[in-house]
Design a protein around this ligand. Structure first.
Ligand SMILES: Cc1cc2nc3c(=O)[nH]c(=O)nc-3n(C[C@H](O)[C@H](O)[C@H](O)COP(=O)(O)OP(=O)(O)OC[C@H]3O[C@@H](n4cnc5c(N)ncnc54)[C@H](O)[C@@H]3O)c2cc1C
Ligand code: FES
Length: 351
């Protein structure tokens, strides 16, 4: 898609809400996953079950942005929650787990994302998750428990060991009020006394754990390989491609080497981003150009799927090739994805 924007005379740009969050509770879920509960200054922001929020943190003199799904349901009163895995080498998640305390304040950007239960087309659902990928699906299930408890839902969740299973107790409790909710737990390393499924996700396992998988609309979140496998099985079982929805938590594919557009000047285009100016070399995306010149634009998947790098195009022309990370409504409001947009002229962008 190609977008040209002429600068508004009054400099008006689409607004992006900034939120101030205060930590009100921190819960241990498993050995490396915690839930952080926040109160938002000015009230809970509007969001849909499954959407995510980007946190802005200042760590060691550096500004870092990281995106996390909201695990809470929009119907829950007063607070929002994120369920976050600490990565051994992760800068932000390690800090959140080790340093963040109840009472601390964080800045965040308003919720966004297209991976929402509101986008479902049918009422026969499969939720398929691995590890912390259960987080957005839990938001969906909590929302459905409040709004459509009779829905036909089958959740298959995969974890390393029984001790790593997220939300086990709450899932059992939700089943009491959701008569058509079935839950299957798969662990890759079973232990004595484990009565759930064990092994890896595969067609044979799905035929037992989720027998009518191909006839269900699927919401899936987990590592890329896990989601690829689930998608292949769904297709092999006759599932329609457009009834398989995924959320990527990380880069799904390495950033492609930038092809040089024929009309790009050899020296590239000037990019103005707030008080920063940098150059996008021929064929570079805005994100690649910013990163090369140590300008921080929030980034999640770097491949046009998650929406974390959404910025407003104030002026100039770009080519955008994304993978579902921005809605037509957002595009109409002048938003673009920095990771998926290559300038076709000098441009001005803003958060
Ligand atoms: C839309 C969206 C929603 C998300 N929701 C959640 C959520 O609800 N809960 C949650 O825990 N995470 C979620 N994530 C993933 C989270 O944003 C990333 O894991 C983030 O990079 C962690 O930041 P960090 O600074 O700790 O790690 P970084 O410093 O960014 O990464 C350091 C190292 O940690 C490892 N690492 C980081 N992230 C991952 C990953 N996802 N998978 C495997 N290895 C990884 C890698 O080895 C990487 O090199 C979401 C991401 C997106 C895009
Ligand atoms: S970083 Fe995910 S869409 Fe750009």
């Amino acid at each position: 898609m190609t977008l040209d924007v002429l600068e508004a005379a009054d400099g008006a740009t689409p607004s992006r809400n900034r939120l101030q969050l205060t930590v009100v509770e921190i819960r241990d879920e498993t050995r490396d996953i915690k839930t952080f509960v926040f109160r938002s200054e000015g009230g809970v922001p509007a969001y849909l079950a499954g959407q995510s929020m980007t946190l802005k943190l200042e760590l060691g003199g550096e500004t870092l942005f990281r995106t996390f799904s909201l695990a809470s349901a929009p119907d829950s009163t007063g607070t929002i929650a994120m369920t976050i895995k600490a990565h051994a080498k992760g800068r932000v998640t390690r800090w959140l787990h080790d340093e963040l305390q109840v009472g601390a304040s964080l800045e965040a950007r308003s919720p966004k994302g297209r991976f929402t239960i509101d986008s479902r087309r049918t009422d026969r659902l499969a939720l398929v998750s691995a590890g912390s990928g259960a987080s957005p699906l839990m938001a969906m299930l909590r929302h459905l428990a409040a709004t459509a408890p009779d829905l036909d839902i089958h959740w298959l969740h995969a974890a390393r060991t029984p001790a790593d299973v997220l939300f086990a107790r709450e899932l059992a409790a939700l089943q009491m009020g959701m008569p058509r909710l079935k839950v299957g737990i798969l662990v890759s390393r079973a232990e004595p006394g484990w009565f759930g499924f064990s092994g890896r996700l595969g067609r044979r396992l799905v035929s037992v754990a989720l027998p009518d998988f191909g006839r269900r609309e699927v919401f899936c979140c987990g590592p890329a390989g896990f989601m690829d496998e689930a998608r292949l099985i769904h297709a092999a079982e006759g599932g329609a491609r457009d009834l398989f929805h995924i959320e990527h938590f990380g880069a799904a594919k390495p950033a492609a080497p930038p092809p040089a557009p024929v009309d790009a000047p050899a020296q590239g285009y000037a990019v103005t981003f707030g008080d920063k100016r940098f150059t996008a070399a021929p064929g570079e995306t805005l994100l690649q150009a910013a990163t090369r010149q140590t300008v921080v634009i929030p980034c999640g998947c770097a491949s046009g799927m998650c929406g974390t790098c959404r910025v407003s195009l104030v002026s100039g022309a770009i080519d955008m090739q994304h993978d579902g990370g921005i809605s037509p409504e957002e595009e109409a409001q002048g938003f673009i994805l920095a990771c998926s947009s290559r300038p076709r002229s000098d441009v001005t962008i803003t958060l």
